[in-house]
Design a protein. Structure first.
Length: 331
């Protein structure tokens, strides 16, 4: 959950008996090294998650077109668009990152948008790392198994945040978590982790019965004290009945989040948004200005279909509830 968590949440989940995960797509090498040092000192396995998208250079024409779309919002907010550039963009795992990882040899790595280049994946597997990767369709699951994934994460359409698709971006091909788990269980020999729509032990149990070997929850943790979820995001998650949709406005790639002003006025999916990850850069000053006034108009409010199911609970308590180990289990 890049942008909504750091080491604290990963370690708290581990302390509660789960496999904590750390998003690494927004970390530069010094920041990643700091996280690796903390995890090594804690002596608990933590899943490190990286993006594997193919990153084309930013297109100035696309960027200028996007800024024209956003111009009324800039004028209304009294802010200037940022200079054209690449600062702050999400970047895929690369050789320098793998070189740093090799010095720590983390035992678990997961990937979104496919797998690293074969040479990098070979280096990762050489130190014995367990490799997980997200699939949103049966074809992607089969591809991941053929290309070296030890475990396939079945990311259903209910999952919050960025869709992990990499063979096709056609959303109509992406089934529910339960349906995808069942498809993959029939076709794959590797283990399957279910992700999407998990807000209780009953949800987890149903996916295990559908063929998953484990489950992965994300949105369930967004309101816990160890998460770094922003104030406007926390407030939105607690609004009863707030609608959600899949949108490409905030990054250029489809992701599931709560509907806000930008999605209502431009439509959740737009051909005008620059390709991933460049759409986010022009939105940055609008987001900062609105959040400074307590508004979520231009903020990505990532959420799956089961947010706010554990209000007031810590990460360890949520982990135990989902696993069915708490006497106060909510089902």
């Amino acid at each position: 959950m890049a942008g909504a968590q750091d080491e604290e949440l990963a370690l708290a989940v581990a302390a509660g008996g789960g496999l904590g995960s750390m998003p690494c797509a927004l970390l530069d090498l010094p920041r990643l090294e700091t996280a690796l040092q903390r995890f090594a000192a804690a002596r608990r396995p933590i899943n490190l998650n990286f993006f594997c998208h193919r990153m084309a250079p930013p297109d100035r024409g696309e960027d200028e077109r996007w800024r024209r779309v956003l111009a009324p919002f800039y004028a209304e907010s009294g802010v200037e668009p940022p200079p054209f550039g690449t600062a702050g963009a999400r970047r895929p795992i690369d050789a320098a990152t793998v070189e740093l990882l090799e010095t720590f040899r983390p035992p678990v790595l997961s990937f979104h948008f496919g797998l690293p280049d074969p040479a990098l994946l070979k280096r990762i597997k050489a130190w014995g790392a367990l490799v997980l990767a997200s699939a949103t369709t049966l074809d992607e699951g089969l591809w991941l198994q053929r290309h070296g994934a030890d475990i396939v994460i079945a990311q259903g359409i209910e999952a919050g945040g960025h869709r992990g698709h990499f063979l096709s971006d056609e959303l109509s091909l992406q089934p529910s978590t339960a349906a995808l788990v069942a498809q993959l269980a029939r076709a794959l020999s590797v283990s399957i982790v279910a992700a999407g729509g998990i807000g209780s032990h009953a949800d987890a149990q149903a996916l295990l019965e559908a063929g998953a070997h484990a489950v992965q929850a994300g949105s369930a943790y967004l309101l816990c004290p160890e998460a770094r979820t922003s104030a406007v995001h926390r407030a939105a998650l607690q609004q009863p009945g707030r609608a959600a949709a899949i949108t490409n406005l905030f990054s250029g790639r489809p992701a599931r989040g709560l509907v806000n002003r930008l999605m209502r006025e431009l439509g959740p999916m737009s051909p005008l948004a620059p390709a991933f990850p460049w759409a986010a850069l022009a939105l940055a000053p609008l987001r900062a200005h609105a959040e400074g006034e307590g508004r979520d108009d231009f903020s990505p409010l990532w959420a799956g279909s089961r947010p706010n199911t554990f209000p007031g609970l810590s990460a360890a308590q949520i982990t135990q509830r989902i696993a069915g180990r708490s006497p106060a289990n909510n089902g």
